[in-house]
Ligand binder design. Structure first.
Ligand SMILES: [Zn+2]
Length: 416
């Protein structure tokens, strides 16, 4: 009698546990499978994706170079010249491409920012500063194994959240150096070839890799104009690497864009000196292009964030700044947020926009300086147009979707 009472209860527990162990994972697997099918368009794994963020690769660099592989990709896939994000500096655009969101959502407004807690200028390197999920996190949730290649540590530190593996020129392990040979100098064209060799090695050795993100360096564009033989040679060789990528993973989609182009600049203003010299002291002037790779652009860029000492200085300072030769526009924080989708807490009271040949940054001895003929930089609206290629992608949205460079991979793994 007692046994008869207990037995049904025991059976219930057994069924409950069995159900938990068996049915629940089956259901989760089923959900995963459905999501994967949605992504790939047919049963099986999502399509392999190779993304190349060609740092500094403006359309005039493309048009001036012999790049037959990219020409083929342009014809066979989607191609468009699109706006890049302002300020036209690397971190802002790379973070937006990797998150598929504008700086207003991902929080990255420059290579440096004024930390409101310390009142000091700091490099944007801490992954906590990135406020939106990365493509690697989305890929991981979709069961896709990913790897990030970059020449620069700042990229890896800030943007690699969720990546299965990272490989950086600066911190490459002895194993990588043995595979690829000694590292070329960071200030060289060869560093880009080295990073492409690394990506090719991984693609050939690990067929399970589903997402490969390659970030090159813009040192060649800072050094050579699009028409120069050195630039043409660099880009022709990079095109050869794109051909090898396509051959190594013929089924992969290849997505390519850039963060900005690079142009010759003739004049620099140090606003932290120029403003007090003309009667209005300021709290700080931040050049969002400044980074640890000083040789590229000496920390100067075509836009600046200016922080006021007092709100009462606002109209006087605006007039002062507009009076400086080469300052094209001075916009308020609210206008910068509206126009460029920047995060208001991480930019200045004003955003100062230079004309096509003027940059802002720190100068040792004076408040302005003429720059040498060889000086090239970016950061202004004049460097904020780049090419975008989507090649061999099975489920890519139509060309009209790709309104900006940060949309390049925003459509991937969307179920997550
Ligand atoms: Zn860049």
């Amino acid at each position: 009698m007692r046994l008869r009472k207990i037995f049904p209860r025991f059976l219930c527990i057994v069924i409950y546990i069995a159900g938990f162990l068996e049915w629940f994972p089956a259901s989760a697997q089923q959900n995963d499978k459905t999501a994967v099918q949605r992504l790939s368009g047919k049963s099986g794994r999502p399509q392999k994706i190779i993304i190349v963020m060609m740092d500094g690769f403006g359309d005039e660099y493309y048009r001036n170079s012999d790049m037959p592989t990219l020409n083929e990709m342009e014809k066979a896939g989607l191609y468009k010249v699109v706006p890049s994000l302002m300020p036209s500096v690397t971190n802002v655009n790379n973070a937006s491409i990797i998150t598929g969101e504008t700086p207003e959502k991902n929080g990255i407004t420059g290579n440096v920012f004024l930390n409101p807690e310390t009142g000091k200028e700091e490099y944007t390197e801490d992954p906590k500063q990135l406020l939106a999920p990365t493509l690697f996190e989305k890929a991981r949730a979709a069961g896709v194994k990913s790897i990030l290649f970059s020449c620069k540590t700042k990229t890896v530190q800030l943007l690699s959240g969720g990546a299965g593996e990272t490989m950086c020129w600066e911190t490459a392990s002895p194993v990588w150096i043995k595979r690829l040979g000694e590292r070329p100098d960071i200030y060289s064209r060869e560093v880009n070839y080295w990073i492409m060799e690394a990506a090719l090695y991984s693609i050939r050795q690990d067929p399970d890799l589903g997402l490969i993100y390659i970030h090159t360096t813009d040192y060649p564009m800072h050094t050579w104009a699009p028409e120069s033989p050195e630039s043409k040679e660099h880009l022709h060789k990079m095109d050869g690497y794109l051909a090898q990528l396509r051959k190594a993973a013929p089924d992969a989609a290849i997505l390519i864009t850039a963060d900005h182009t690079v142009r010759h600049k003739t004049k620099c203003w140090d606003l932290e000196k120029a403003c007090p010299n003309r009667g209005i002291a300021i709290k700080a002037a931040i050049s969002p292009e400044k980074d640890r790779y000083y040789k590229h652009h000496l920390g100067m860029g075509g836009s600046a964030y200016v922080y006021l000492n007092s709100a009462g200085d606002s109209s006087g300072l605006r007039q002062l700044l507009l009076g400086l030769k080469g300052v094209e526009e001075v916009i308020s924080r609210a206008e910068a947020v509206r126009r460029y989708h920047l995060m208001p807490e991480r930019i200045g009271d004003f955003m100062v926009l230079g004309d096509s040949t003027t940059v802002f940054g720190h100068l040792e001895n004076s408040d302005s300086e003429d720059l040498p003929m060889t000086y090239r930089s970016h950061g202004s609206t004049y460097e904020a147009r780049v090419p975008l290629f989507v090649y061999n992608a099975r489920k890519a949205p139509p060309l009209s979707y790709f309104t900006d460079n940060y949309k390049l991979a925003a459509w991937l793994y969307q179920a997550y």
